[in-house]
Structure formats: C-alpha cells, structure tokens
Ligand binder design. Structure first.
Ligand code: XLS
Ligand code: CA
Ligand code: CA
Length: 435
C-alpha cells in the first residue's frame, strides 16, 4: 500500500513549473563549486516532526490527518517505518534522524522499550539496505517522560542518571547497527529552575561524566560516530546549560571533549538565544566545532520554538555561506527539524513543506556560492582590516610590538582617522544577490 498516493518521486522542474510536487530550485545533480547540490546539502528528515507530530498545541487538539495508525502502538510504529521510507524515497532525501521514542513505543518497562526498539530497527535496517538511505544521527529522548523532571544526567536523582545512561548505551548500539554517522545530545532538561536548590557544578560535572561514558562505550564497541551537542537557551528549562554555541564550546573545552564532540546548531535556537543563525555558525567555525545543522526557522514575533520550515532565502544564504566557508559539514548534514503548521494538516503538506525547505536551502546554496565566487564578503573584510596587513598593524600581528613600543607609536600618531563602513550600501548590494 502507498501512504502518499498523490505523490510520485519529486523531481527538479525549475521555477516556471506549475506542478506543486516538484523542486523549483533543488536540482540534486547540479554541480556548484565542484560538488553536486546533493553532496553539499546532505538533507535529512526528522522522524519526530514528520511521523509523530500531531498538530496539537497547548490550546488545541491534534489536527493532522495521518494514515498510518494501526490497532496497537507497535502496529502503528511498523506502519510508520514503511510510510517514512516511502516518503524519503519520494522526497529524494538521503538521510534521516530520530529519537528512540519516536520510532518505538516505550511499553511498560525499559526491557520492553528496548525489545520494541530492536524490532523496529530491524525493519528500519531492511529499508535502509533496500533504499541506500542513511542515518545522519539518532539520539535518546531524555526529556519527555516525568522521570526527567529535573533533568537526565543533571538530575539530582542518581537513578535517573542510570536510566539515562541505559538509554544512551542503547542509542549507541542502534547507531552501530544502523551505521549512524553522528550521535546527538540535546540537553532537553539539562538546566535548572532555581539556584536555591541547585548544585550547578555537580550537575555539569555529571553531564560530562555521561558524555565520557558514551565516548568510552563507543570505543569499546568499535563504533565512533561524530558526537554532537545541540545548544538551546531555554524551553523547556528556564536556564539551560547549553545556552548557545559559545557556552557549549566552553563546556566542551572545560571537560576536554574537543576530540569527540562538535555542535549541532539549530536556527530557531539561535533566535531564542538572541543571535542570528549565521552568528552561531560563525562561532562554531572559530572553534572548529561546526558539526551539523537543524534547519528550521523561528518567528521573531514569538518568543518560543516554532520549528517552522525554512523559507527565508536571506537567512539560508548566510547560513550556507558559513557552511561553504567551513568547507562543508560532512559527516553532518541539514536536518529539517521543522514541523508543518497546525493549519497545514493534510498528508501532502508534509511533502510541500519539505519541498519548500529544500528549495530554500538550494537557493541559499546558489547565493552563497556566488558570494564566494565574487569574493564579495572577502573583499569587504580585506578592505576593512587592511590596517593589519602593513606597518604597525602587521607588526602587531607578527608579535613584534609590546605595550611600550605601541605607546611610543601612539604618542606620535594620536590623531586617528577612521573610515566609514558604508554598511547600508553593503546590505543593498547583498540584496542584489537574491534576485
Ligand atoms: C528541541 C530540539 C530537539 C533536538 C533533538 O528543541 O531541537 O528536537 O534536535 O533532541
Ligand atoms: Ca533540534
Ligand atoms: Ca527546536
């Protein structure tokens, strides 16, 4: 049976097409700067939003019409695997991502949960072998169940730590079984509500302890995915430990995890942290920690995590520019951590939303490539920092000056002349690239 009977495999037809089930910008085999679009973009579909999100919100019941529900949770879970792979093949997407609880029902015990995961990942593996589709990353959901009220590794209760550790072990076993290229930790409830009852140092040390156990276990079973930490400043916790890229890199460095951990950066989380997405990507690049991205967009008028499909070309262009500057993000990729709006409740909306996201990133890639080929931003920056390429500036860079020699220089050159940045002109030239 087909779960998406209205949809054939989505193909590139170009901007003029009237077919809504076609790519207008994403042309997988088109070569840009020496690589195909498919190689650059490494798109992934998120199991949670696409297969399990029901459209409910704090004020309303589910709205999504979905055709994969069976008589039991396990039957539904099995149907979802079939539907998901049909979807991936039709979307021409090579990768996917999931949490443990997205794919298999938790049942009544941890043992039952693990058995369900085994059954479902057997099915997933068969589908992967059949289609060539790959696992970008998996993760353990250690935030939804009430036991994680006070965090997982950062919980005050050591039994919760143990439970989380078991989930991570299973996650790594599954990663090995399915050849996962990355493994994500998002600290859903790794944060705190009040300092009055919180030992922040112990909580952060414990989070690092869990990560070190994960590294050690990966080594033991001979499976070494790129570990990724995903920053987010708030929601659900008031104070989240992994606030943004800079905070998270500090954590990675403090605990000596640089060799194994990079960042998975999400656009909407950047917005919540009061940053642009390109800022977060740039910070990660400065620390050689850019691992993968969760491609979505937030709403600047709302203060929460709306996880919209990316449709803003300026934003994706600047994000793709950072990715090109990074020489790509493989083994990371572009995961659509995005959900259809509550009013887009039909099955076909899943297809249309992913086309929109893929086309918007494809356009971003084209704009970013042109910016790089023209050296547009390179020239602006070279000119702006030119004073460091000659004279006193070059001496500073070369380590030839100290406070005394610079004082002598400044006393003789105290009438500093600045130049305008002409930033409005720069922005209007940048707009021309979007046309
Ligand atoms: C939630 C996060 C989550 C992670 C994976 O806001 O984005 O979905 O990506 O746990
Ligand atoms: Ca995410
Ligand atoms: Ca999010």
């Amino acid at each position: 049976m087909s779960y998406f009977p209205n949809v054939e495999k989505i193909k590139y037809e170009g901007v003029g097409t009237k077919n809504k089930f076609a790519f207008r910008h994403y042309n997988p085999e088109e070569v840009i700067m020496g690589k195909t679009m498919k190689e650059h973009l490494r798109f992934a579909v998120a199991y949670w939003h696409t297969m399990t999100q029901d459209g409910s919100d704090p004020f309303g019941n589910p709205t999504n019409i979905r055709n994969w529900f069976g008589d039991t949770p396990m039957e539904t879970a099995k149907n979802r695997v079939d539907a998901f792979f049909e979807f991936l093949v039709k979307m021409d997407v090579e990768y996917f991502c999931f949490h443990d609880i997205d794919i298999a029902p938790e049942g009544n015990s941890l043992e039952e949960f693990f058995a369900n995961i085994d059954t479902i990942t057997d099915l997933i593996k068969e589908k992967m072998d059949e289609t060539g589709i790959k696992l970008l990353w998996n993760t353990a959901n250690m935030f939804s169940h009430p036991r994680f009220n006070n965090g997982a590794a950062s919980s005050n209760n050591a039994e919760v730590f143990a439970y989380a550790a078991a989930q991570v072990k299973k996650g790594l076993d599954v990663s090995k079984k399915l050849g996962g290229e990355n493994y994500v930790f998002w600290g859903g409830r790794e944060g705190y509500e009040s300092l009055l009852n919180t030992d922040m140092k112990l909580e952060q040390d414990n989070i690092a302890r869990l990560f070190k156990m994960a590294i050690a276990y990966g080594e033991k079973i001979g499976h070494k995915p790129q570990f990724l930490l995903e920053p987010k400043p708030k929601e659900p916790s008031k104070h989240q430990y992994d606030f943004d890229a800079a905070t998270t890199v500090a954590f990675i460095q403090k605990y000596g995890l640089e060799g194994d951990f990079k960042l998975n950066l999400e656009a909407n989380h950047a917005t919540l942290a009061g940053h642009t997405f390109e800022h977060e990507l740039n910070v990660a690049r400065c620390y050689e920690a850019l691992g993968s991205i969760d491609a979505n967009q937030g709403d600047l008028l709302l203060g929460w995590d709306t996880d919209e499909f990316p449709t803003n070309v300026m934003d994706t262009s600047l994000a793709m520019y950072e990715i090109l500057e990074n020489d790509g993000i493989a083994p990371g990729g572009i995961n659509f951590d995005a959900k259809v709006r509550r009013s887009s409740f039909e099955m076909d909306d899943l297809v249309l939303a992913h086309i929109a996201g893929m086309d918007t990133y494809a356009r971003g890639l084209k704009v970013a490539a042109k910016l790089k080929e023209d050296r547009f931003l390179d020239e602006i920056k070279e000119e702006r920092y030119a004073s460091y390429t000659i004279g006193i500036g070059k001496n500073i860079i070369d380590g030839k000056e100290d406070l005394e020699t610079l004082t002598t220089y400044a006393l003789e050159n105290d009438q500093v002349e600045l130049e305008s940045s002409h930033l409005e002109y720069v922005k209007s030239l940048l707009n021309d690239y979007l046309v």
